[in-house]
Design a binder for this molecule. Structure first.
Ligand code: T46
Length: 132
C-alpha cells in the first residue's frame, strides 16, 4: 500500500469565503469517533514519534503547515500538510513524526477510535520488531 495517501478536500466556497466538509465513510474510509487538534507548537519542536496498532486517521492542517514523515519500517516518506484542502490518511502500524510546524499551524485530526494509550507503540525498536 502507498505510504502517502492524500485526499482532496474540495472547498465549497462562495463570495463569503471557503468551507470544507468531511463526511465519514464518504470522503474518508472510516467512522469518526474522535477529533483533536494540535496548535501552538513551539518553533523547532517535533511531535509524534510513535505508531498505532489499530487506528485510522485523517490529518489536515486547517491553518499554517507542518511536515509529516511516515515510515512503514522499510520506507520513509514525508509530505507537507500546507493546505486546508489536503488531507493525509494514516493507517495502522505506520510510524509518524511531525516536523517544521509554522507558528500558526493548526493540525486537525479525525480518528477512527477513542483515545487509548495502550494502542501506541512509542519505542522505534518495538515498532520495527512488531513489523517483522
Ligand atoms: C498522532 C499524531 C498525529 C489525549 O488525552 N487524548 C487524545 O486524543 C490525544 C491525541 C492525546 N491525548 C494526550 C496524551 C498526551 O498526554 O495528549 C498528550 C499529547 O499527546 P501525544 O504526545 O501523543 O501527541 P502527538 O502530537 O505526539 O501525537 C498526536 C496523537 O497522539 C497521535 O495519535 O497520530 O498526533
Amino acid at each position: 500500500m502507498k505510504l502517502i495517501r492524500l485526499i482532496d478536500l474540495p472547498p465549497l466556497g462562495d463570495e463569503r469565503g471557503s468551507l470544507v466538509a468531511i463526511e465519514a465513510n464518504k470522503h474518508i474510509p472510516f467512522e469518526v469517533k474522535r477529533v483533536y487538534y494540535i496548535f501552538g507548537t513551539q518553533s523547532g519542536v517535533s511531535r509524534g514519534f510513535h505508531a498505532h496498532k489499530n487506528l485510522h486517521q485523517l490529518a489536515v492542517c486547517v491553518a499554517g503547515k507542518c511536515r509529516m514523515l511516515l515510515d512503514d519500517g522499510v520506507n520513509k516518506e514525508s509530505v507537507w500538510l500546507d493546505s486546508p484542502t489536503k488531507g493525509l490518511l494514516i493507517g495502522n502500524n505506520v510510524w509518524r513524526e511531525m516536523h517544521e510546524f509554522s507558528n500558526d499551524c493548526v493540525l486537525l485530526v479525525l480518528a477512527s477510535e477513542y483515545y487509548d494509550e495502550s494502542d501506541y507503540i512509542r519505542d522505534y525498536s518495538d515498532f520495527i520488531r512488531d513489523k517483522k
